[in-house]
Design a protein around this ligand. Structure first.
Ligand code: HEC
Length: 119
């Protein structure tokens, strides 16, 4: 009997497990920072908007980096740039032209809140 032939499913399964582990590491990697414990009303409104419009790319409520988009809790760019990026888009990120000033203000406040926690 051929032993090699009988063992191939084990290697296949082991290979799949490693592959899944690597993909998970890349998609859900380390940059996840803790959530802020309290949010002001403006920050909470920003978070609601964020979950509806941004969380599909900036996963983990914006606090987690992924293959799709960077973490926003550890970004080095400033508030003025965020406003430009959100309104006009950046790279593959679409622009959100229809947001009101109040909504933009809420989003920026939320981004500042998650930055504070990251330190
Ligand atoms: C389609 C996916 C997608 C969506 C939806 C999206 N973004 Fe982005 N965002 C990106 C990508 C990709 C980048 C990096 C762009 C680059 O640097 O070329 C980015 C960059 C940013 C940056 C700049 C980060 C830095 O380090 O300078 C900010 C701020 C930002 N996004 C906020 C938001 C907000 C707020 C929303 C929701 C209103 C949002 N994004 C929705 C994909 C997305």
């Amino acid at each position: 009997m051929n032993i090699k032939k009988k063992k191939w499913p084990i290697y296949l399964i082991a290979g799949l497990v490693v592959l899944v582990a690597v993909v998970m590491l890349v998609l859900f990697n380390s940059k996840n920072t803790p959530a802020p414990t309290t949010l002001s009303l403006t920050e909470a409104q920003g978070k609601t908007l964020f979950l509806a419009n941004c969380n599909s790319c900036h996963v983990g409520e914006g606090r987690q980096g992924s293959l799709i988009a960077p973490s926003l809790s550890t970004t080095k760019s400033d508030e003025a740039s965020w406003l430009v990026y959100i309104k006009n888009g950046k790279g593959v990120m679409p622009g959100f032209h229809s947001l009101s000033d109040q909504e933009l203000n809420g989003l920026v406040s939320y981004l500042k809140a998650i930055q504070k926690v990251a330190g």
